[in-house]
Design a protein around this ligand. Structure first.
Ligand SMILES: [Zn+2]
Ligand SMILES: [Zn+2]
Length: 363
């Protein structure tokens, strides 16, 4: 079928909305009419050339309505509201042990540009176009594997839900599934973007005593307080490590590092109390540590977390339930854009004007 898609033709070029050809869904695939889609940092990375091969249709936080299902699909049916999340094989040892986020085929299935069976779903003038995260949601329709699809309640605004498939799942899941803090403990969250603030809301739900957010922008710190932070620190104005030690009487039990900035990563380790754990979520570069002083002697732990250690089909419905109860107000992070303004959504995300852009595809 012919669809409209925002095509990334070349590195650092603006996306162009064009007509492309989408193939029919295979036996274990689903055709989805995309209603709206979040824009995530990983889409921007792909435009810079660190993602799927060009040309590609990006987008990996889609939300839409099922139009058609393949013969072996049983988890959804036409008319269902769905959120699209990351791709996983469902068959490797990581997938079988509940760690789909670390699927052994993650890179190939999410960034390789082809669907799980190795074919291309999108073509333009007979040339293959890469898919992204097995969904390519910057388009009016998507064909995705049944593993990508999460059925959601129909009594919430579907246009709002796409970002639950990646960024918001990452922040909240890092606290709820990966760190699993005990009530009454303390956490520091570095970076007040969509991922960091999702971690704040999760920490509040889990009953933490100290939820400390570190950022450089006052508007983000204000929003952090509104969403559940107990303390905020402006990294430009105070000695973050010293302040955290003062607030918590010795350091935090847990930390989430979303910035990927080397000095902040080091800070996040230094501000842990003895035997504390920091989860690294932001993509960063090289960091020099003294393993004896920084880790060994105080039994500290540093770990990486992908997609918040979330099984999307379990985690996303849970977030929606918290949202309905007024405990997880991720709607305060979003700003809507028309499909024609998709490049503006990227621009305003980059400059920090918008924490989480959502592009409306269906009018
Ligand atoms: Zn797998
Ligand atoms: Zn993402």
């Amino acid at each position: 079928m012919k669809i409209q898609a925002a095509v990334a033709h070349n590195v650092d070029e603006e996306l162009r909305i064009e007509e492309v050809e989408l193939t029919e869904p295979g036996p274990d695939e689903v055709l989805i009419k995309i209603v709206a889609t979040g824009v995530c940092h990983t889409d921007a990375e792909s435009i810079k050339g660190r993602g799927a091969p060009f040309p590609s249709v990006l987008g990996h936080e889609g939300a839409g309505i099922v139009e058609k299902v393949g013969s072996s699909v049983t988890n959804v049916q036409p008319g269902d509201h769905v959120v699209l999340s990351y791709s996983y094989c469902g068959e490797c040892s990581q997938c079988l042990s509940g760690h789909q986020n670390l699927c052994e085929r993650t890179v190939e299935l999410n960034f390789g540009g082809k669907s799980k069976d190795g074919s291309n779903h999108i073509h333009q003038h007979d040339h293959a176009i890469s898919t992204f995260f097995g969904q390519s949601s910057f388009a009016t329709y998507s064909v995705a594997n049944k593993n990508n699809v999460v059925k959601v309640d129909k009594d919430v605004d579907l246009a709002l839900l796409g970002p639950l498939g990646c960024g918001i799942q990452t922040g909240s899941g890092t606290v709820m599934n990966s760190l699993r803090p005990e009530p009454g403990t303390s956490i520091a969250i570095y970076g007040g973007g969509a991922v960091g603030l999702s971690a704040v809301m999760a920490a509040k739900i889990m009953g933490l005593k100290h939820i400390i957010v570190v950022d450089l922008h006052q508007n983000r710190l204000d929003l952090a307080l509104e969403l559940g932070a107990t303390h905020v620190l402006n990294g430009k104005e105070v000695d973050v490590v010293e302040e955290i030690r003062k607030i918590t009487d010795g350091g935090v039990h847990y930390a989430v590092e979303t910035t990927g900035a080397t000095p902040v990563i080091i800070q996040s380790i230094h501000a842990l109390r003895v035997s504390g754990t920091v989860s690294i979520v932001g993509m960063g570069g090289d960091v020099t540590l003294n393993f004896t002083n920084d880790l060994l002697m105080e039994g500290k732990k540093v770990m990486g977390t992908v997609q918040g250690d979330s099984v999307p089909q379990l985690h996303i419905p849970k977030l929606i339930q918290y949202f309905k109860e007024g405990k997880f107000r991720f709607d305060k992070l979003v700003k809507f854009y028309d499909f024609e303004d998709i490049n503006k959504a990227f621009e305003e995300s980059k400059t920090g004007v918008t924490l989480k852009p959502i592009v409306r595809i269906a009018k």
